[in-house]
Design a binder for this molecule. Structure first.
Ligand code: KIV
Ligand code: NA
Length: 266
């Protein structure tokens, strides 16, 4: 059976259908989400924080994104796989964005790429799309700018910031993006963007009116250590499930109760 395409995504907006997106960073986890029917999987550069042990997405390299994206493609059959272009791999010029976006298609086999920025990165979006690379844009809070932003504050508050966000959304739509992630934006503004755009909005911390919703899988499944952001709903507590399994294994080994005869050869 064929994979979800950007045409299916456009048709869903026409029909007013909402859809879920999750991040994935490895073949096994991606396979679980694919079997669960999640139609779009994002190999996010949140892999920096959530998979590779960095403090932010800033250190993530294109080589790392190619490796993780290729694993997610191999582990799935149905989902549209979107690969993030990491910090520094597209800001220089549209030509740089095309060169590196093409690597994600050719070497990892993704069906689309994502990059951060609105008006500023619209020329890169336009060249990618015209070259045959589907692009998901990402506006509002853009985590690759964490150092310039001084953290992860809610975006689009106040008239000037709200107007800029509307211009950013219109710019990436005009440049040909097939969808746009809207991150950490007041519900009312995200609803206004969603109503005014022909392409779907994919919300994270942007309220219930978006066309789609995305969560980082380690947050969604309760794998993340410590506090999670306000906008996260935890649907499982994998961290405690896995910790319990590891503790039980450790206790069995120290007690000499594993392996049992049923796990042994004679
Ligand atoms: O890297 C990521 O996981 C993302 C999503 C939060 C949209 O960009
Ligand atoms: Na990202």
């Amino acid at each position: 059976s064929r994979r979800v395409t950007v045409r299916d995504i456009a048709a869903a907006k026409q029909r007013g259908e909402r859809w879920p997106m999750l991040t994935a960073y490895d073949a096994l986890t991606a396979g679980v989400f694919d079997e669960a029917g999640i139609p779009v999987l994002l190999v996010g550069d949140s892999a920096g924080n959530c998979h590779l042990g960095y403090e932010s997405t800033v250190p993530v390299t294109l080589d790392q994104m190619v490796m993780l994206s290729a694993a997610v493609v191999r582990g799935t059959e149905h989902a549209l796989i979107v690969g993030d272009l990491p910090f520094g791999s597209y800001q220089e010029s549209p030509a740089q964005a095309l060169r590196n976006g093409a690597r994600l298609l050719k070497e990892a086999g993704v069906g689309a790429v994502k990059l951060e920025g609105g008006e500023r990165t619209a020329p890169a979006v336009e060249l990618l799309v015209q070259s045959g690379i589907p692009v998901m844009a990402h506006i509002g809070l853009t985590p690759q700018s964490v150092l310039a932003l001084g953290g992860y504050p809610v975006q689009g508050r106040g008239e000037e910031a709200a107007n800029q966000l509307v211009r950013d959304a219109k710019a990436v739509q005009a440049a040909g993006a097939f969808a746009v992630v809207v991150e950490a934006v007041p519900t009312e503004l995200a609803a206004q963007l969603t109503a005014s755009l022909a392409i779907p909005t994919v919300g994270i911390g942007a309220g219930a009116e978006c066309d789609a919703q995305v969560l980082v899988w380690t947050d969604m499944a309760g794998m993340t250590a410590g506090r999670v952001p306000k906008f996260v709903k935890q649907y499982a507590n994998l961290r405690s499930v896995l910790g319990d399994a590891a503790r039980a294994f450790g206790e069995d080994v120290t007690a000499g109760t594993f392996p049992g005869d049923e796990h042994s050869f004679h």
